[in-house]
Every structure is written in structure tokens, then in C-alpha cells.
Write a protein that binds this ligand. Structure first.
Ligand code: AMP
Length: 285
């Protein structure tokens, strides 16, 4: 695995590779890698000649300074995992390399960022959009791989690719979970042993809500979810929403939507966790 810290060195190297018609897959990450990240690398390896990964904890997308400073950065372990996963090139830029000057451009995504993460993390998607656009310009991948875990992020990047005519195919990969249902996340490492067992309740709440939707009982769902979370006073819910998985608009009549996403965000011990369930409803009544 070759490691680049300089964008211009990486650009020159990839230019050479492209001369041999090598297809390039790209997996952006913030490190503290787990099986969820590795699933994106596996997919990229299967579909491209060369896989480029990046590890960059992007300060621009953090609206909470302690979340940024506490973000885990086990770089040696990450490099070992990527090496084993067969990643060909790792881009490891510093903040100065990515932002030699404070950027003036502020991306905004209209209705796509008015709900959920956009509402609770002001400025987050402007930071995500900018850093992903910079990576796309530096790496110019044929395909780029993202996780459904960050569903709203994927919608925003899809919009950006369309609006800015990036010639890049996007792949949205399924959520990888622990055996107990907890969606893998770099932030899970910050959960204490004592409270960690409570985190899978988020996935359980999504499954409960799915049952209500499939039996066309949307009007009873809110009360049922509230009652469910009464058992888990340690979970502080930011939002629990049922949206169209494409447009992210609120679902009021489930029968009008082909694909539905139930999305949740909650704090457990100062650690913010998100999860979602996307499905095409099959009705039981
Ligand atoms: P992050 O390092 O958290 O920025 O994540 C990098 C990429 O990995 C994003 O596209 C995430 O959606 C994806 N990802 C994170 N967790 C998971 C997971 N449990 N399953 C699948 N993809 C994931």
C-alpha cells in the first residue's frame, strides 16, 4: 500500500495510473476503521483495478469541538487494516494540506439538509460537501463508495455529483452491524462497558417502527416508539423520523412511497449514535 500525504504527489501518481486505463475506486473515511469501512473497501476492490482510501478527520464537518477532539485516531492500526484489506493507495492529508487557506465556498443543499442531521448539526453538510468535492477533484475516481449508515450524507453527495457534473458513479453499501444489531461506528469505541449494551436498542426501535409501518399503523407509531424508549432513559433521542428514502421528505401516507427510511439519532453517554432502516414495505393488512 502506497501512502501519500501530499495532494500534488497523489495527483501525479494517479495521472500515470490512468494512462494505463486503470479504473479507480475511492473510499473516503475518517479512520478508526471497522468492518463497516472494510465492506466498502471490499466492494471497491471487486469493481476497480485500483482502490484509493482516505483517512481525514475533517474539522469543517464537526459542529461540536469536543466531538472533534475526542474522535478516535488509531492511525497505525488503521494502516495495518487497510494493508490487509488490499487497499492500494492511502491518502492521509493534514488539515493544512486540505485547507491551505480557509475556504470561502459554503455549499448548501436546500430541503435535503433541513431535517435530521442537517437540523441537529448546523454546518455539517457544508463541511462534508466541500471535503468530498475536494477529494473527488484530487482523486478523480471512476466510482466512490459510501455507507447507507449515513443515509442523508449519501443523498447530499448524490445531489452534489449531479449539480457539479462529477463524472463519478456512486455506490451506497449496506450497514454492517454487530451481532446484537448495533450499527458499527467509530464512535462506538467511546461507549463505556457499563452502558454499551443499551446501544442496540436503537436498531430494535427501528424494527419496531417497521412493524407499525407495514401494518399501516403510522398514526400509532409515535406513541409506540415513545413508550419503547421509556425503558432506556440513558438514550437521549435527537430525532426519530420516517422519511422517503430518496427525497428524505416526511412520510405521511406510507402507501404513497416505494422505499421508506426510518432514521434515528440519539446520545448515549455524550456519544452521538445514528442508525436507519431502509425498506420497500410489504403490507400485512
Ligand atoms: P466515517 O469514517 O464515519 O466518515 O465513515 C466512512 C464511510 O464508511 C461512510 O461512507 C460511512 O457511511 C461508512 N460506514 C460507517 N459505518 C458503517 C457501517 N456500519 N456499515 C457500512 N458503512 C459504514
Amino acid at each position: 500500500m502506497q501512502i501519500f500525504e501530499s495532494a500534488s504527489d497523489l495527483i501525479s501518481h494517479l495521472k500515470e495510473l490512468r494512462r494505463n486505463a486503470s479504473s479507480i475506486g475511492f473510499v473516503p473515511t475518517m479512520g478508526a476503521l471497522h468492518q463497516g469501512h472494510l465492506s466498502l473497501f471490499e466492494k471497491s476492490k471487486a469493481e476497480n483495478d485500483t482502490t484509493v482510501g482516505s483517512i481525514f478527520v475533517n474539522p469543517l464537518q464537526f459542529n461540536n469541538s469536543s466531538d472533534l477532539s475526542l474522535y478516535p485516531r488509531p492511525i497505525d492500526k488503521d494502516m495495518e487494516m487497510l494493508h490487509k484489506a488490499g487497499c492500494n493507495i492511502l491518502f492521509l492529508p493534514s488539515s493544512e494540506e486540505m485547507y491551505p487557506l480557509a475556504p470561502a465556498l459554503k455549499m448548501s443543499f436546500g430541503p435535503l439538509e433541513e431535517s435530521m442531521e442537517g437540523r441537529y448539526r448546523p454546518g455539517h453538510f457544508a463541511g462534508v460537501g466541500l471535503v468530498v468535492a475536494k477529494f473527488f477533484n484530487i482523486i478523480r475516481p471512476d466510482k466512490a463508495y459510501f455507507g447507507q449508515k449515513d443515509l442523508q450524507q449519501f443523498s447530499i453527495i448524490r445531489q452534489m455529483v449531479q449539480d457539479l457534473s462529477f463524472n463519478i458513479q456512486l455506490r451506497c453499501c449496506p450497514i454492517v452491524r454487530e451481532e446484537n444489531g448495533l450499527a458499527m461506528s467509530s464512535r462506538n469505541a467511546r461507549l463505556s462497558r457499563k452502558k454499551r449494551h443499551l446501544a442496540p436498542a436503537l436498531y430494535a426501535s427501528l424494527q419496531l417502527a417497521k412493524k407499525y409501518i407495514e401494518s399501516d399503523k403510522l398514526e400509532e407509531l409515535e406513541a409506540a416508539v415513545k413508550e419503547f424508549f421509556l425503558q432506556y432513559p440513558d438514550l437521549k433521542i435527537d430525532y426519530f423520523e420516517v422519511v422517503d428514502s430518496e427525497t428524505l421528505t416526511e412520510v405521511k401516507d406510507v402507501k404513497k412511497h416505494q422505499s421508506i427510511a426510518i432514521c434515528v439519532a440519539a446520545y448515549l453517554e455524550e456519544v452521538r449514535l445514528i442508525d436507519n432502516l431502509v425498506f420497500e414495505p410489504t403490507y400485512t393488512s
